[in-house]
Design a protein around this ligand. Sequence first.
Ligand SMILES: Cc1cc2nc3c(=O)[nH]c(=O)nc-3n(C[C@H](O)[C@H](O)[C@H](O)COP(=O)(O)OP(=O)(O)OC[C@H]3O[C@@H](n4cnc5c(N)ncnc54)[C@H](O)[C@@H]3O)c2cc1C
Length: 400
Amino acid sequence: MLTRPPYDVVVVGAGVVGAACAYYATLAGLSVAVVDRGPVAGGTTGAGEGNLLVSDKEPGPELDLALLSTRLWGELAAEPGAAFGGEAGRGTGGGFGERIEYEAKGGLVVASGEPGMAALRAFAEGQRAAGVEAVEIAGERLYELEPHLAPGPAGGVHYPQDAQVQPALAAAHLLRAARSAGAELRLGETVTAVRTRPDGSVLGVTTDRGQIDVPAVVNAAGTWGGELARLAGVALPVLPRRGFVLVTEPLPRIVRHKVYAADYVADVASGSAALQTSAVVEGTPAGPVLIGASRERVGFDRTLSVEVLRRLAVQAAALFPVLAEVAVQRAYRGFRPYLPDHLPAIGADARLPGLYHACGHEGAGIGLAPATGLLISRQLTGKQPELDLSPFRADRFARS
Ligand SMILES: Cc1cc2nc3c(=O)[nH]c(=O)nc-3n(C[C@H](O)[C@H](O)[C@H](O)COP(=O)(O)OP(=O)(O)OC[C@H]3O[C@@H](n4cnc5c(N)ncnc54)[C@H](O)[C@@H]3O)c2cc1C
């Protein structure tokens, strides 16, 4: 007698991207298991910041993904409890948005001089044509938005759509909602192989606890997405891009938006392995101000770099002089899942039927998680995705 596989899909990875995949796949009626070798958000999700940014993205596929995600984060935040049945309304109290510390606070990009302002203006113009809300603010009016900003900037652009969540809470509550609708969470379990049928399609996964037969596997292994792909016999060049974040002592609300200098955008887009720092400053509901983040490709080196922390602190104090007097409580680091063209891998892998990728989101995985999860669920259920997924194909590197 043929036995039915226990699940329709196994999601490998319980970071925010795997959580969003599980959430939307369960919502679409699929039977889902999430397998992670560690705890929920134990990978990069627990070491990220939580900016949901459209402001730093130029027109193109990543911005389209970010705009879709912005809408989805807003819808999720508006859910009265967990999004479906089960535990809705119970638990930690408050709506979904409150539980994940969602704040639609907006972003403010500041240019120190006229040349920077001209470049920022042109960048915002292109974004507006692509559907981004971007409002130019004259230098003297910046203080109405951010009273503690340093004197003298030439101007800035206000991005009302930028928002923020607490990433680990976001992953946990998405998984909680998925579980309440039937998904299974298998933590402390490592996927060691992806098994295939003679016809080359996915048969299932092997873990350190046994075998799971399943027709669809979602690679949401973040920075380790390349290793998971390798287990399935396909190449995907995901590399770690290290970033440090400084956390200050709790403060009253002195920083109201997500604030950063215009040169941050160039750092994000750079493919250089060398160190780049340009501070993004944001307050949190709990009080500490987060100052992120550096970018460098140094493998999985966890060594604390005082030089990086110093540069971040100096840049943050240049934006907000009041921060020069504030104590830093701690610093942490994480490894962004970097792909060479800065775009994630999302969707079915044409080389291995049954394998889907949802990884490689670099410094934007928190922001892009819901759109990724929704698009993967569309493919899993044979529906038309909201966006053209071809720019995110995993085999694009092999082809080039
Ligand atoms: C300093 C810093 C600041 C950042 N700031 C932001 C920000 O403000 N906004 C934003 O959008 N993004 C930000 N990011 C990026 C963001 O954190 C990542 O893009 C995102 O967390 C990736 O999530 P993920 O679910 O893909 O990966 P992860 O959270 O790393 O999850 C992958 C999971 O897969 C599991 N796994 C791997 N291999 C296996 C296996 N073989 N078997 C079982 N489990 C496995 C791991 O244990 C891990 O839990 C930042 C990153 C850093 C480092």
